[in-house]
Design a protein around this ligand. Structure first.
Ligand code: ATP
Length: 301
């Protein structure tokens, strides 16, 4: 059976509003994951092939996982997840089996979204002189993944290839709707994430595999403000706290860094003012900021 850490993830549904900023990324993800899952008929009617896989890349802690959870939540899909670290096994054939089982499970509980985190560490790369940066296990895992990418999802283009003739248009339309219904019932969308897109094997990026590649950038000034507002929502703030000012001071902070900053400031308020403290003050944020190293470097942009 699947390892306990692998498979359908119990997760609290995430709404798009709980993600600060990233409006363009959210729209792209909705178009590539949510729309085809929720409105497959519209895609067929418009002759648009849905993406087989979506690749998110960008610096760590900038909401890639949260975005995929939001896409799965809003599409009413099961969410299955696996990371590079979870896939690793010292036993021959174990990693490939785990991945294949994950996809079997995804098909069984479809419609589903499979999220492969740290995909670069799962599959390595054969492009650099015949496997110099990928192990044989990674090569096997890559092969399983390529098969799955070539096999999952429904094939709008193929269905268009067997387009109804003029004479039996009505009947063909009815058949098409039935096929579509069947396909929707086994629908699996693969979303992968990486901080190192340059480490990915180019076979994964060919058309028909990871069709949509979306950059998830670090939060800009406006997004940082939105994230700070979200993560202080339930926190009593003293009237001297200026979130706009904090957003200005936190260039290169990831969303995860900003979440930590808010938690650390609240803990510091408890520590300094005692357990009866009623609000976090600006000085608590400032003190935390003094020793806070943002996790993004300008080279990662
Ligand atoms: P990694 O590359 O390390 O896996 P990630 O890009 O997948 O990171 P998440 O795991 O989605 O990042 O985010 C980490 C934490 O930071 C989450 O708890 C999330 O709440 C918070 N966070 C990150 N970005 C945002 C954002 N834009 N809005 C609200 N919260 C955010």
């Amino acid at each position: 059976c699947l390892r306990s850490s692998v498979g359908v993830a119990e997760f609290t549904p995430v709404s798009w509003e709980r993600i600060g900023g990233l409006e363009e990324v959210k729209l792209k993800l909705r178009q590539s994951v949510e729309w085809p899952m929720k409105f497959p008929e519209a895609f067929v009617r418009m002759g648009v092939c849905r993406a087989r896989g979506v690749l998110l890349y960008g610096p760590p802690g900038c909401a890639k996982t949260t975005l995929v959870k939001a896409a799965a939540s809003s599409s009413h899909c099961s969410f299955l997840t696996l990371s590079g670290a979870e896939l690793y096994s010292p036993y021959v054939g174990d990693s490939e089996r785990t991945l294949a089982k994950l996809f079997r499970q995804a098909r069984a509980c479809s419609p589903s979204v499979v999220f492969l985190d740290e995909i670069d560490s799962m599959v390595g790369c054969r492009d650099d002189g015949g496997g110099s940066c990928g192990s044989s296990v990674q090569a096997q895992v890559l092969s399983v993944l390529l098969n799955e990418l070539d096999g999952v999802g429904f094939k709008t283009a193929e269905r268009r290839g067997t387009a109804p003739s003029k004479r039996d248009k009505e009947r063909a339309h009815r058949d098409q709707r039935m096929q579509l219904q069947e396909a929707c019932n086994q629908d699996v969308m693969i979303v992968a994430a990486t901080n190192r897109p340059d480490m990915l094997d180019s076979a994964l990026l060919r058309p028909g595999r990871f069709d949509h590649i979306i950059y998830v950038p670090p939060p800009d000034l406006q997004a940082r403000l939105a994230i700070l507002q979200l993560h202080t929502e339930k926190m009593p703030l003293n009237s001297d706290v200026c979130l706009e000012d904090l957003a200005t001071q936190t260039n290169l902070f990831s969303g995860a860094d900003l979440e930590n900053l808010c938690k650390e400031a609240a803990l510091l308020a408890l520590h300094e003012e005692g357990m009866s403290v009623s609000a976090v003050q600006q000085k608590h944020f400032q003190k935390v900021l003094q020793n806070f190293q943002p996790s993004i470097s300008s080279q990662q942009l």
